[in-house]
Design a protein around this ligand. Structure first.
Ligand code: NAP
Length: 296
């Protein structure tokens, strides 16, 4: 533990030595995060004087780090696993989205106070708009598989876009019911045994579980029950074409992969910290795909 805390002290000293506006991704661990690649590529592209680093904070130091955020000398940060809830609790001000999702992934200092929001919903919707324009022309019924943190952002996104019914399918029914209870009558929870029936009049299907991710079993979905206009989105992006997306594509459904959600969720933070609204384009997508060792 001593060396972990020494590492944190060194990382903070290193950050303090840099005079330009500094942001970072804070998590434990953070080596896997692609946020530095995304933000530094934008800083370079827009010719901005700033930096973006990784800050690995031991679990027992997380709350203190957010409560004393000015000591990090950062102007803001992305917050990743497992600190999104700790950051939510520690922020002085949390916006409506952060409160609804009970987690923040983006923080910034304003008048000495730490503000927090959650940009996952923005990233999720912007990716759908980008990859499948008109995906929300029909707003009757969305089926979301999973009931974790990411599902919460996707469910809220569907409500924001005016979907009449959102069905949440989860392995652990109680967790699905807890989520649906937070969003009112239009959100209902079901087990996997109800999936085929729920798909019969679905306009969009979204996988938010880790199933289908590299090293995980595939997600089995009875796609033949669904209408042909249904859009299929998988927020898992390793591999880019998950077994669900491959099946859906083979059966003629419109599909949307999850990489764009990762890219778009970074946009609001960059604009807050460095003052320029950055573009998500094929160049950035290619850069991150290459870094992940993925084929487009
Ligand atoms: P989480 O809070 O841990 O939730 C995990 C969800 O997956 C739960 O609903 C869980 O069901 C379900 N699950 C896990 N293993 C399962 C299995 N074997 N069978 C059935 N269900 C299973 O995780 P999260 O933060 O929501 O993230 C979920 C996934 O989304 C991850 O793969 C993550 O990488 C991805 N994600 C992508 C983006 C992006 O930018 N594209 C952003 C955020 C997350 P139970 O409740 O029954 O355990």
């Amino acid at each position: 533990m001593e060396s972990e805390q020494g590492d944190l002290k060194n990382a903070l000293e290193r950050l303090a030595d840099n005079p330009a506006p500094r942001a970072a991704v804070i998590g434990w661990p953070v080596e896997h995060s692609r946020s530095p690649l995304i933000h530094t590529s934008w800083l370079k592209r827009y010719g901005l004087n700033g930096s973006y680093d990784r800050l690995a904070v031991p679990i027992d130091k997380a709350e203190e780090t957010f409560r004393n955020f000015p000591e990090t000398r950062l102007i803001g940060a992305n917050v990743t696993i497992p600190f999104k809830e700790v950051a939510f609790q520690a922020c002085d001000v949390v916006d409506e989205i952060g409160k609804t999702l009970k987690a923040v992934n983006t923080v910034w200092l304003e008048n000495g106070q730490l503000h927090g929001t959650n940009t996952d919903m923005y990233g999720f919707l912007a990716n759908l708009d980008d990859q499948s324009p008109g995906w929300d022309e029909r707003k009757r019924h969305a089926v979301i598989i999973g009931a974790g943190g990411a599902a919460r952002a996707c469910v809220y996104g569907m409500i924001q876009r005016g979907f009449q019914i959102v069905s949440v399918i989860n392995r652990t029914l109680e967790r699905g019911e807890e989520l649906s209870a937070d969003f009112g009558d239009s959100v209902k929870a079901f087990g996997f045994e109800d999936l085929a029936l729920r798909l019969k009049n679905a306009d969009i299907l979204v996988n938010t579980t880790s199933l289908g991710m590299h090293g995980q079993p595939p997600l089995q979905v009875p796609l033949t029950s669904a209408p042909g206009h249904m859009v299929v989105c998988d927020i898992v992006y390793v591999p880019l074409k998950t077994p669900l997306l491959r099946d859906a594509r083979m059966q003629g459904f419109r599909t949307v992969d999850g990489l764009g959600m990762l890219l778009h969720q970074a946009v609001p933070g960059f604009e807050l910290w460095y003052g320029v609204r950055p573009q998500v384009d094929t160049r950035l997508r290619g850069l991150v795909l290459k870094d992940l060792g993925l084929k487009s």
